[in-house]
Design a protein around this ligand. Structure first.
Ligand code: ZN
Length: 335
């Protein structure tokens, strides 16, 4: 029991040492006893690369299990990064919520936990809460700069952007936006969250860390372009942090802003969705951007979704049918 927090130690054991120089491939081993494996474990793969004194970058993918650019870029980085290439430390966890990633689902098949709504987590909670607690109390405190990869998963698709949040601490915010610029995605976002409680982002930011995230595509896969954006972004971030030598590879980026709740559109009713604009297209206030047609009978007018502001289409629903409450699309405003 920790006297300050009143929390017991995490049950997760790292099979690597975070302070030893060199490259170590190992696991975060989370005890999980179950029908098919008495005294078994969930094994979350990770790589730690250490060389001398310098900043620590914590790089994560698979926070949601059906988002692939981060894992593609991070498994490759873990395979190829050499200790002599860096100054400082790089901690690579390509699939944070490993049970979800292995199942190809957004949330964990073990407990239905959405890792990015589970922070600060609990050492005596569900499997997903235990993972969150380990990042909260063990890994985040080691980090100076944190990059967490996301994309739209199976149900959303995004314009490829790197993002940081509007923060009360303007120094911290400015530093985060510098790293977003350095990442060099085609789009860069000043991000607004609709539901920030329990997010990894918020946990890192509340600790004063420089935190950046991405939405690089979606539809349950990655493309050659979106994976390349992730790989270049990691390189640029490590260079901007002074961990890798060399100049940041400059890339033109369009800054976007999400000025308020008018950015988000949700389905009131279920049905067949028809987007009338594509990702990156300009829309004007009042324009019909999507229609939802009831499917149980013919002859019924579709429900129209109208833009509440001028902007560009930044995210869209992927499956052809929507359910009540689904996110239909998101708009943002070029800055
Ligand atoms: Zn995600």
């Amino acid at each position: 029991m920790n006297v300050q927090t009143g929390l017991r130690p995490s049950p997760i054991v790292a099979t690597v040492d975070f302070y030893t120089d060199g490259v170590q491939h190992g696991f975060l081993r989370l005890p999980f006893s179950r029908d098919d494996s008495a005294w078994g474990s969930v094994m979350i793969p990770l790589t730690v690369v250490n060389n001398g004194v310098g900043p620590t970058a914590l790089l994560t993918g698979g926070n949601h299990g059906d988002e692939y650019e981060g894992p593609i870029a991070l498994y490759e980085l873990a395979r190829t990064l050499k200790a002599e290439d860096i100054t400082g430390r790089v901690i690579i966890v390509p699939a944070m919520n490993y049970p979800a990633f292995a199942a190809g689902t957004r949330t964990s098949p073990i407990d239905k936990g959405n890792l990015n709504r589970s922070f600060p987590g609990r050492p005596d909670g569900t499997v997903t809460e235990k993972i969150a607690d380990y990042f909260q109390r063990e890994l985040l405190p080691l980090a100076d700069i944190v990059l967490d990869f996301h994309s739209g998963g199976r149900t959303l698709d995004f314009l490829p952007f790197c993002a940081a949040h509007i923060l009360p601490d303007k120094m911290q915010e400015a530093k985060s936006f510098e790293f977003v610029e350095a990442f060099g995605a085609p789009y860069s976002m000043k991000m607004l969250e609709i539901d920030s409680v329990g997010m990894y982002d918020t946990a890192a930011e509340d600790m004063g860390k420089t935190f950046i995230t991405t939405e690089l595509g979606g539809a349950g896969t990655a493309t050659a372009k979106s994976a390349a954006i992730a790989k270049r972004g990691i390189n640029n971030l490590l260079k901007a942090a002074g961990i890798l030598e060399g100049e940041v590879e400059a890339n033109k980026t369009q800054w976007l802003d999400m000025p308020g709740n008018d950015c988000f559109y949700f389905a009131d009713d279920g049905g067949l969705i028809e987007l009338l604009v594509d990702l990156g297209d300009q829309v004007q206030q009042g324009m019909v951007i999507a229609r939802v047609s009831p499917i149980a009978r013919t002859g019924i007018e579709p429900i129209e979704v109208r833009a509440k502001m001028d902007g560009i289409l930044t995210a869209r629903h992927v499956p052809g049918l929507v359910k009540p409450g689904d996110c239909v699309c998101v708009l943002s405003v070029p800055v």
